[in-house]
Design a protein around this ligand. Structure first.
Ligand code: SAH
Ligand code: SF4
Length: 358
């Protein structure tokens, strides 16, 4: 068993611990700010705490940061992917993207993924375990520290966005994912607005309903953006690409999306990885437009990043044009995502795969 990490304690848990040690009530909040506002890397940096307390904390809750095993930077320098080693030796990928005036961390929620989408390197490698809330949050803190050290970013907001779109299916690790969202958006901690957090899911219907019922500290619904990885608009095709579709088919998924929008008032993003000759036809675009009629939605089209265990290819420019022409005509808002990370294998799970082959 590894000793507990301070990032795995909630504020009330930290309060209980420190009060149990006879510390004054304000101590927990002080430690909290060192962890999440000042991004301390070591208990010794927390100079406003008495030395004896720092020593006790260091012995009881070692502040161990994830170890960077490998880093890849894209040729334009705008995307960086780190392979991080966790306390038990498992590895995860986490990506920093700097464009459109944003500094976005793309973070993982599981080691591997049990869903097994055909084209996804994470899915191809199978599932190892869930991440703890602390392990999810630590990835954002990791890049926030790097950005702060580089300077030229607002000191109080080094990261501008977090997307839960790295390895794993966040809604299959629901409690830790929800705790991480609250932790990242904590006004007394990391202070990232919930509107700057996106959760990407393959579409676990009961958990989408559960998420729609969650409350933010202001008592209103969560303000995060929900992204659904759709990739196909007919059950016949989606059953093949995204195996969970056999359990939660498109009718059930879209009914859950409608309930989510009506309960939260938030629009939904739909992710569509375009694969040549598989799901890039105008007929799929029409079926997608049919599904999205009357929904407040946005479609992100992502040309496939090829992976070793899947023979699919990204679509031609003409195919993308034909697909988007349908969406335009049908009045569906969309963005075609640039493939900037391609040379650093920014598709999730790909760096980990390379490392394992070596
Ligand atoms: N499990 C969640 C979140 C992680 S996957 C989900 O599926 O939504 C994040 C996104 O990366 C998904 O939209 C997924 O479809 C996409 N993705 C996975 N493999 C990819 C690849 N080879 N090329 C492009 N996008 C990929
Ligand atoms: Fe899992 Fe998402 Fe990859 Fe599918 S695309 S295997 S749900 S990580």
């Amino acid at each position: 068993m590894n000793p507990p990490s301070p990032y795995d304690l909630s504020l009330p848990e930290l309060q209980a611990l420190l009060e149990g040690w006879g510390e004054p009530p304000f101590r927990a909040r002080q430690v909290w700010e060192w962890l999440y506002v000042h991004l301390a890397e070591d208990w010794d940096q927390m100079t406003s705490l008495p030395r004896s307390l720092r020593e006790r904390l260091a012995a009881h809750l070692p502040l161990v940061l994830p170890r960077v095993l490998a880093t890849q930077v894209s040729s334009d320098g705008l995307t960086r992917k780190d392979l991080l080693q966790l306390a038990d030796g498992e590895t995860i990928e986490t990506v920093l993207m700097r464009y459109e005036r944003r500094r976005t961390a793309c973070i993982s929620t599981q080691v591997g993924c049990p869903i097994g989408c055909l084209f996804c390197a994470t899915g191809q490698a199978g599932f190892r375990r869930n991440l703890s809330a602390g392990e999810i949050v630590a990835q954002a803190l990791h890049f926030a520290r790097i950005l702060r050290a580089e300077g030229s970013v607002p000191a109080d907001r080094p990261l501008s966005n977090v997307v839960l779109m790295g390895m794993g299916e966040p809604l299959l690790n629901y409690p830790a994912t929800l705790e991480a969202i609250h932790r990242l958006s904590d006004p007394q901690g990391f202070r990232l607005g919930q509107r700057h957090i996106t959760l990407s899911t393959v579409g676990i219907v009961p958990e989408i309903d559960r998420l729609a019922g969650e409350k933010s500290p202001s008592r209103g619904p969560l303000q995060i953006t929900l992204a659904i990885s759709l990739h196909a608009a007919t059950d016949e095709l989606r059953n093949r690409l995204v195996p969970i579709n056999r359990r939660y088919g498109l009718d059930a998924l879209f009914a859950a999306c409608r309930r989510y929008i009506s309960r939260t008032g938030r629009r939904i993003s739909f992710e569509w990885v375009l694969i040549a000759g598989v799901n890039d036809s105008p007929a799929q675009a029409e079926a997608l437009a049919d599904r999205l009629q009357g929904l407040t939605a946005h479609v992100n089209l992502i040309p496939l990043n090829p992976t070793p265990a899947y023979e699919g290819k990204p679509p031609s420019r003409q195919a993308i044009a034909a697909f988007t022409e349908v969406l335009e005509r049908r009045g569906i808002p969309f963005t075609v995502r640039l493939r900037r990370g391609i040379e650093i294998q920014a598709g999730c799970g790909q760096l980990r795969g390379v490392k394992r082959e070596k």
